[in-house]
Write a protein that binds this ligand. Structure first.
Ligand SMILES: Nc1ncnc2c1ncn2[C@@H]1O[C@H](COP(=O)(O)OP(=O)(O)OP(=O)(O)O)[C@@H](O)[C@H]1O
Length: 384
């Protein structure tokens, strides 16, 4: 891992008493200010963890110096963007990355005009020879790569237009579409690509990566905190690393500039060790007893009493600032494992959860949505 060796070299230089120049100091400052998700983004295909099958197939494809159009799909923070960037770096080396790779992400416009102009213009550009002294692990391929991140947010028209561009310029341009929801990619486009599924990171790999980063950054972290990072991030390594960096800043355990510490926060700030409590507070995890209060309020009683009990707990939760998304996710977990609720009731409850989830995504009022959810689930639990 190159970061590890960079860090070791810096430490060795410091131990030898090597005077650091102002340029070195500036570089160190920049490294400190950098988000860890970028600092520890895999630089080579072999740095990508937990996606062994995909990486093996891609490495074999590279050996043949050929590449199909590709569609990477899977949950957020599992290494899709990192993989294609690492692949492109290995294929072109730093010299050709700029001229041979076009990366368009969510901040770019997603309509048909971007396909007709920016994508098509780049796709049809003829290749120039590599500069003298160009060196790469693989023979320089006769094509460029266009990376379309978050391709599932492209309009249907834009996707249709892309189909033709892909075909027309396939000799000199290969596409890599990246998305979370493969069903949102139109069939004619998906069928032109080799598909690669990225899985949520398993606990073992996520744990190793987080422990490595904590060690490299000199952050004391206890076992419970790593468990909490894994639990709060649902297999999304980007989220886990971001929580880790925020937690390290909060407890003052990292060299990163401290900031964002609120007076009055009841967190474990004195120990300088990242604990499970610190992680949960940063991730906005609602304490179990609060969720249990809501579940108890939802248990069957007379109609008027149920409303009052639920309304009171929901009001307190809103006043405490707990987000509706987090409430939805933790309440769902609590109900799924509740053995007093029958499977038939759980089936109906899941439908209510998905409806409220959609409503929240569409921007509905959080307080009313959670109130509605709790009342409807309570009705189902009462057999209504
Ligand atoms: N499989 C992985 N191996 C190593 N690091 C990873 C992996 N997955 C994610 N990461 C870390 O998380 C960060 C975000 O990963 P990346 O942008 O590749 O995710 P993604 O799958 O493209 O997510 P999204 O769908 O949200 O775009 C990376 O910079 C890296 O630090």
């Amino acid at each position: 891992m190159s970061n590890f060796f960079d860090l070791k070299a810096r430490k060795a230089a410091a131990a030898n008493g090597t005077a650091s120049t102002s340029t070195e100091k500036q570089t160190n400052e920049n490294a400190r200010a950098q988000p860890w998700v970028e600092k520890y983004r895999p630089k080579k295909l072999s740095d990508v963890t937990a996606q062994d099958h995909t990486i093996t197939v891609l490495e074999r494809t590279l050996q043949a110096s050929n590449l199909p159009h590709m569609l990477f799909y899977g949950p957020p923070g599992t290494g899709k963007t990192s993989t294609i960037l690492a692949l492109a770096k290995e294929l072109y080396g730093p010299e050709l990355m700029k001229s041979r790779v076009l990366e368009l992400n969510a901040s770019d416009e997603r309509g048909i005009s971007i396909v007709r102009e920016k994508v098509k213009d780049f796709a049809r550009t003829q290749l120039t020879n590599p500069p003298p002294g160009y060196k790469s692990r693989y023979p320089c391929p006769p094509f460029k790569i266009i990376i379309l991140d978050e391709a599932d947010s492209m309009t249907q028209d834009a996707q249709s237009a892309l189909r033709r561009t892909m075909e027309t310029y396939s000799k000199i341009t290969r596409f890599c579409l990246i998305c979370n929801y493969v069903t949102r990619i139109i069939d004619p486009l998906a069928s032109r690509c080799s598909k690669f599924r990225f899985k949520s990171l398993d606990q073992g790999n996520a744990r190793r990566r987080l422990e490595d980063i904590a060690k490299l950054e000199g952050v004391p972290i206890d076992d419970g905190a790593v468990d909490a990072l894994i639990k709060c991030s649902d297999g999304d390594l980007r989220k886990a690393i971001t929580f880790l960096q925020s937690a390290a800043r909060l407890v003052g355990a990292s060299a990163a500039t401290a900031g964002g510490r609120d007076e009055g926060d009841k967190m474990d700030v004195d120990k300088k060790t990242v604990t499970a409590k610190v992680v949960e507070d940063i991730a906005g995890v609602i304490p179990d007893d609060t969720i249990q209060k809501l579940v108890q309020a939802m248990r069957p009683r007379t109609a008027g009493e149920t409303y009052q009990a639920i309304a009171k707990v929901v009001e307190d939760m809103v006043a405490d600032g707990w987000s509706a998304g987090q409430t939805l996710s933790q309440l769902h977990q609590a109900i799924v494992y509740d053995e007093t609720i029958t499977d038939a009731q759980k089936n109906k409850i899941v439908l209510v959860f998905s409806e409220i989830d959609k409503r929240l995504v569409d921007g509905a009022d959080e307080h009313l949505s959670i109130l509605d959810l709790a009342l409807r689930v309570s009705g189902i639990m009462a057999g209504r």
